[in-house]
Design a protein around this ligand. Sequence first.
Ligand code: SAH
Length: 281
Amino acid sequence: MKKQDIMSRLPVFEPGHVWLVGAGPGDPGLLTLHAANAIRQADVIVYDALVNDEILDLAADGVTLHYAGKRGGKPSPKQRDISIRLVEFAREKKRVLRLKGGDPFVFGRGGEEALTLVEHGIPFRIVPGISAGIGGLAYAGIPVTHRDINHSVTFLTGHDASGLVPDAVDWESVSKGSPVLVMYMAMKHWANIRDRLLAAGRDVNQPMAFVCEATTDNQRVLETTIGNSLQDLEASGIKPPAIVVVGEAVRLRKALDWLGAREGRSLMPDPLGRNVDQNAG
Ligand code: SAH
């Protein structure tokens, strides 16, 4: 029996529908097949600042690219306006692709946009993507869970809708209760977040990392400790977008920095100093 090409079995994008799709953290190879299929069929692509140009290049000729992010110091379009644009394009019987960095439902406001579509009776599909807090860390050689280190992980945002450090986050509980913290949008207020973690008793010597432009050709990783983070960050010149990760899991990078190894970095086989495999079972 002839194997059927998987691409030919992917869904047909119907006019008047909106697909909310995650583009992954940057590397086009991290797109899902559903995402690639959507990009090839879309009439209009409404995309954000975090979507890589190489990914947009996969679109068909004649596609309308509609930018919905912040540009040239101008304020970003209001969330409600973006959602309404999606409704309008759909009513024009376009195949509307709303393309977002990472995963649309992880600090991506995908839920808000989908709710507006429901409100207006627009049919839609959600395509999850690889979130920067997982895939981006994998490209830095940092597993978000590791049996010897953590049985839970917390994903947090470092600023709320008003741009401030979110008070809705119970920083004290998170600091005390979660061995690994993965923070999105945490660069701007890092000094403040760091103070809150330390005030809640987080160990000043705990390892942490900043992973900037993860999975792209410009990826940069700064490994430091909570205590040294401010001065190291300043010296490194690392800028957003970055994922901030705090926890012992960061130590594994010494062994698992597979990208660094390709560039000649030597890997340390037992970064936890525990001969992990011998304890298996
Ligand atoms: N929906 C996205 C997150 C959007 S919030 C996702 O699932 O990944 C925007 C934040 O995501 C940025 O401030 C940064 O903290 C993080 N981010 C997104 N892409 C990134 C990348 N390639 N490298 C590092 N951080 C990234």
